[in-house]
Design a protein around this ligand. Sequence first.
Ligand SMILES: NC(=O)c1ccc[n+]([C@@H]2O[C@H](COP(=O)([O-])OP(=O)(O)OC[C@H]3O[C@@H](n4cnc5c(N)ncnc54)[C@H](OP(=O)(O)O)[C@@H]3O)[C@@H](O)[C@H]2O)c1
Length: 255
Amino acid sequence: MVTALITGASAGIGEEFARQLAADGFDLVLVARRTDRLEDLATQLRNSHGVGVVVYPGDLSLPGTPHEIFASTESAGLIIDYLVNNAGVSGPHLLRDRDWADHEAFIRLMMTSVAEMCHLYLPGMQERTYGRVVNVASVAGLVVAPGGANYGPAKAYVVRLSEELAMLAKPHGVHVTALCPGFTHTEFHDVGGLGVMKSGLPKLLWYRTSVVVNDGRKAVEAGKSVQVSGRLYRVVVPLLRFGVIRKIVVRWRSR
Ligand SMILES: NC(=O)c1ccc[n+]([C@@H]2O[C@H](COP(=O)([O-])OP(=O)(O)OC[C@H]3O[C@@H](n4cnc5c(N)ncnc54)[C@H](OP(=O)(O)O)[C@@H]3O)[C@@H](O)[C@H]2O)c1
């Protein structure tokens, strides 16, 4: 049976990955900082699906955490053939938040740790000629929008990293996908102090984690290097990317 390692499994999209993969019989390694939540989830999944679940506490904004996780899975003899790099936060504003240490921690969590987890786990998958890697990015990594000035760029890095790894790894039986959700019902916006923004947005923009995770799982099986999640975003994102909406607005205004 395949063992899946999921970062950020204590809430939201990561927790949903854990639930869906356990329901399909995957053994799991769950990583996050709130181990009490991971332990509760692990107990539920062992009881309902009879799968093996190991919990690793880890703060991926600290240097060395990916290596510690890798060393732990190696010494436990766990073979990771399904990796979900999902842990993330909305992060500080590059111009307004003046403590650079917060930005370094954000960059390590959102980019460095994703690259390092791929660096550590992909070679083994390639040798075994089987692997699935889902890097949770965002539609914010595909379009330029006024935000905190670093969240979108960090996710753009995850998209490009995944595309390049997908090209390198596919001939070795390893599929890599950047999963790009739009607004998704999780704890993300409350954690990031964006609750007011969330309540002001139309309901049709919001998707459930089950939809996002289904889209990601299907895409990685199909070997797609980038998957925008949700029908609405699959229509809107290309229009935004290629400036179609902006051109229509400009033309309409100049009439
Ligand atoms: N929700 C959205 O609208 C949305 C849209 C597009 C993309 N995304 C992306 O989806 C991913 C999951 O977010 P979510 O929406 O599910 O948010 P969430 O409900 O807030 O969950 C975030 C997860 O990341 C973990 N995490 C945060 N900082 C961490 C750290 N330093 N070290 C280890 N784990 C950490 C959290 O666990 P602990 O706090 O226990 O460590 C939690 O399990 C993120 O990468 C996010 O950027 C979300």
